[in-house]
Design a protein around this ligand. Structure first.
Ligand code: XUL
Ligand code: CO
Length: 436
């Protein structure tokens, strides 16, 4: 126990009528939703970096938070872990996610980094054993240190490639040791600032070479989790190679890796790419690569990656709708990847941010399940394509251009436009969400 959270109580489900801020109104882990416990559907995870390592800086000013664990050295890293696991306990959070750089101090050498990581992850292992908290995914921070300024796998310097590979190995080992359900690759600096100094084709080959090594190593150590790529179009670099789901799939197909890797889709990244979250989810599901999600949203006015906690139930409902429709999470889950605003200084802000986010996810999930059970949306979608299920439709699909030309000429076809019924569908979705 640490004193950081003071007398903040264990957060429990009290139902929608409660006025207690320190209670869940919707997140009720044991409640059955579409045949599965709510907790097992959502598989919620705290992002270690934003909650415990981020200091509150922005491009115009530094640290605003004053946390007793800020600073260097393993003792402070252990204090940070104590507070993190205390928060997981208070919230009943089943999972967490981390990068190496969030949890261990930066050493003078690679060997020291490795020792620090092994020591702190042993400390985690003991805590996970007693609290029951699990690891949704681990990942390597290949973007903060200046050595990664020109990329990790796609760096023009092969020595940075080697350092990155060694770092990924260390993080995969740590994830495997902790029983992680997935391993994530987010290519924060895998992109470019200017094409004038960049060889696109060479960098793609380097990225594929690194990914192949990751897959080989996964099989070598018997890691049963899923390897996930997290798409993002830009920020920090001007252009990032893992732009969106479609781009990542094209890359995987090009190098024959599409059966080995799935995607971790982030709401805010989808918006930055000019898509909706549900577009990215639906596309990944249709390609068979939907793995996991980061549920944090952006500020829609600023257009930046602001990593805010989810607070829009209809949006979240449509996202979980795509996930439930595709069969629900297997190894994946819902990582918050969200941080407080830099003025939200108090320990209770950190707790309440998660309470709100968990409630929004719970309501979104229940609304999605209700929409699926209601069935009208899928029925109307199916009706729209019904022509393709008829013998005539199948014949059209299989015919050549010349055969189709003959068919149209000889049968006097006159296709009649039909309503897409968009507003009716929007009303239906709103009505079901309201009731759920
Ligand atoms: C950055 C981002 C990362 C990844 C993990 O925008 O989303 O935090 O989720 O590296
Ligand atoms: Co993310």
């Amino acid at each position: 126990m640490t004193s950081f959270f003071g007398d903040i109580p264990q957060i429990r489900y009290e139902g929608p009528e409660t006025d207690n801020e320190f209670a869940f109104r919707h997140y009720n882990p044991d409640e059955m939703v579409a045949g599965r416990r709510m907790e097992d559907h959502l598989r919620l995870a705290v992002a270690y970096w934003h909650s415990f390592a981020w200091e509150g800086g922005d491009p115009f000013g530094g640290r605003t938070f004053d946390r007793p664990w800020f600073g260097d050295g393993m003792e402070l890293a252990r204090l940070k872990a104590d507070v993190a696991f205390e928060m997981f306990r208070l919230l009943g959070q089943p999972y967490f996610c981390f990068h190496d750089a969030d949890v261990r101090p930066e050493g003078q050498s690679f060997a020291e980094n490795l020792r620090n990581l092994e020591e702190i992850t042993d400390y985690f292992a003991a805590k996970m054993e007693t609290t029951g908290t699990q690891l949704l995914w681990g990942t390597a921070n290949l973007f903060s240190h200046r050595r990664f300024m020109s990329g990790a796998a796609t760096n023009p310097d092969p020595e940075v490639f080697a350092w990155s590979a060694a770092t990924i190995k260390a993080c995969m080992d740590a994830t495997h040791k902790l029983g992680g359900a997935n391993y994530v690759l987010w290519g924060g600096r895998e992109g470019y600032e200017t094409l004038l100094n960049t060889d696109l084709g060479r960098e793609a080959d380097q990225a594929a070479a690194m990914l192949s090594k990751v897959i080989d190593y996964k099989h070598k150590i018997g890691f049963k989790g899923t390897i996930l790529i997290e798409p993002k179009p830009q920020e920090p670099t001007k252009h990032q190679y893992d732009f969106d789901v479609a781009t990542v799939y094209g890359f995987l197909k090009r190098y024959g890796l599409e059966n080995e890797v799935k995607v971790n889709i982030e709401q805010g990244h989808a918006i930055l790419a000019g898509h909706s979250f549900e577009h990215e989810l639906a596309l990944a599901a249709s390609l068979g690569i939907l793995g996991s999600i980061d549920i944090n949203r952006n500020d829609y006015q600023s257009g930046w990656d602001t990593d805010q906690f989810p607070n829009n139930v209809p949006e979240v409902a449509l996202a979980y709708y795509e996930i439930l429709k595709s069969g629900g999470f297997t190894t994946g889950g819902t990582n918050f990847d969200a941080k407080l605003r830099r003025q939200s200084l108090d320990p209770e802000d950190l707790i309440l941010a998660h309470v709100g986010g968990m409630d929004v996810c719970a309501r979104g999930l229940k609304a999605a399940a209700a929409l699926l059970e209601d069935g009208r949306l899928e029925k109307m979608r199916a009706e729209r394509y019904a022509g393709w299920e008829t013998d005539a439709g199948k014949k059209i699909k299989g015919a050549s251009l010349a055969e189709l030309s003959d068919m149209v000429l000889s049968s006097d076809l006159r296709p009649e436009p039909k309503s897409g019924r968009q507003e009716r569908l929007e009303n239906l979705v709103n009505a079901v969400i309201e009731k759920a």
